[in-house]
Write a new protein. Structure first.
Length: 218
């Protein structure tokens, strides 16, 4: 992975993978899906000696953003402002609606407003990394994956799992969209891409082409 260091915590009621993506040269860090337990996230970042610059949300379900507001306010960027929460532009409808973001299932009624909205094909330059935004609806309407082409790494949220894929029966979900999103990932990304999903185990595009139940035609 060269200058990229990836560590993770499993947090929250549904065992969500929270990723810490650090540039080892600069110590700048991205936090992917800060699910819960902000104190544990702070401790992890301190141990890694990272300097967070942004939060990337793969989608707007509460089990992926539960600690986002607290984490955002805890760290400042070079401009002196809280670090931004970034999500796909269509996902704000999920973040803004407790029923859609499933927070009542966790015993709360929560909403979140992102600071920056991105869309399919956008290329971000954060923490010294180039990041390609891939809009992958299916689990939610504005689900997104973040692909780091130089590092051959994909953060897939609840779209692509190890030999599986995310549920499509939540508000704004779509089984047809999910199938199309999975096919897109498997067709466009190199087989040696490491996939870091929102739950359970890491995988690769090559493995998913062979074993994913939606990998029809591969």
């Amino acid at each position: 992975m060269g200058r990229m260091r990836i560590e993770s915590l499993i947090l929250g009621m549904i065992a969500t993978n929270v990723y810490f993506v650090m540039n080892v040269d600069t110590k700048e860090m991205l936090i992917v899906d800060p699910a819960a337990s902000a104190d544990r996230i702070f401790e992890k970042i301190a141990r890694m000696q990272g300097h967070p610059v942004a939060i990337l949300l793969t989608h707007g379900h509460y089990d992926h953003f539960g600690a986002a507001a607290e984490v955002r306010s805890h760290y400042q960027g070079s401009d002196g402002k809280p670090i931004p929460v970034i999500c796909e532009e269509e996902e704000q409808v999920v973040l803004s609606d407790p029923e859609a973001n499933t927070s009542p299932m966790h015993g709360v009624s929560a909403t979140l407003k992102a600071d920056r909205y991105v869309k399919d094909g956008d290329v971000l330059h954060l923490a010294g990394f180039e990041i390609r935004v891939m809009h992958t609806p299916g689990h939610t309407i504005g689900g997104a994956c973040y692909y780091f082409p130089e590092e051959h790494a994909l953060f897939s949220g609840d779209t692509l799992f190890c030999e599986s894929y995310g549920r499509t029966d939540f508000p704004t979900g779509s089984s047809r969209d999910m199938e199309q999103s999975i096919h897109r990932l498997l067709s466009e990304l190199p087989e040696d891409t490491d996939v870091y999903p929102g739950h359970e185990y890491t995988t690769t595009i090559a493995r998913e082409k062979r074993y994913n139940p939606l990998a029809i035609g591969f």
